[in-house]
Design a protein around this ligand. Structure first.
Ligand code: FES
Length: 167
């Protein structure tokens, strides 16, 4: 049984990645492997760029979970991708504080500057642009996240300069 679990996931993850997943699993009681699902999905995505159905199924087998329970987690959180994205992911918050501070203008500026619409990726594969719900930096609205970096108190004048940091 354990062999089958290893085989299922090893098709999709490196030995180092699997070690990382085991490290996540070890944080929880032995009969609670499924608690590592978010960490396991993050590691799989780091290696593949996005999560396919086959990858989510392999995670389900390895963590002894129903596949549906893995899909629920993977589709609920905006940090999980289900199709190829650009090298850098721009998430612009459009929740209430940011909306009141003109997040729409930020998005409009990015769409024009990058020549893409929300949900699209630039032709050179550099950026994918998305709108997301509150990212917890409301006090410094409007804001956007690029990869793991927060950029707050955005103005139309600072956006292009910020983008240049990401090649
Ligand atoms: S509303 Fe934008 S970070 Fe909270």
């Amino acid at each position: 049984m354990f062999e089958a679990k290893i085989k299922a996931i090893r098709q999709y993850v490196s030995a180092a990645g699997l070690q990382e997943i085991d490290y996540e699993i070890a944080k929880y009681p032995q009969d609670e492997r499924q608690s590592a699902v978010m960490g396991a999905l993050r590691i799989m995505q780091k290696e593949h760029g996005y999560l396919t159905r086959e990858i989510m199924d392999a995670v389900a087998v390895y963590l002894v979970m129903a596949p549906m329970a893995v899909y629920e987690v993977a589709t609920f959180y905006s940090m999980y991708e289900h199709k190829p994205v650009g090298r850098h992911l721009i998430n612009v918050c459009t929740n209430i504080s940011c909306k009141l501070c003109d997040a729409s203008a930020i998005i409009g500026h990015l769409e024009t500057h990058l020549n893409i619409k929300l949900g699209e990726t630039t032709a050179d594969g550099r950026f994918t642009l998305r709108a997301v719900e509150c990212l917890g930096a409301c006090v410094n609205a409007p804001m956007m996240q690029i990869d793991t970096d927060y950029h707050e108190n955005l103005t139309l004048a600072t956006i292009n300069q910020i983008l240049e940091q990401y090649t």
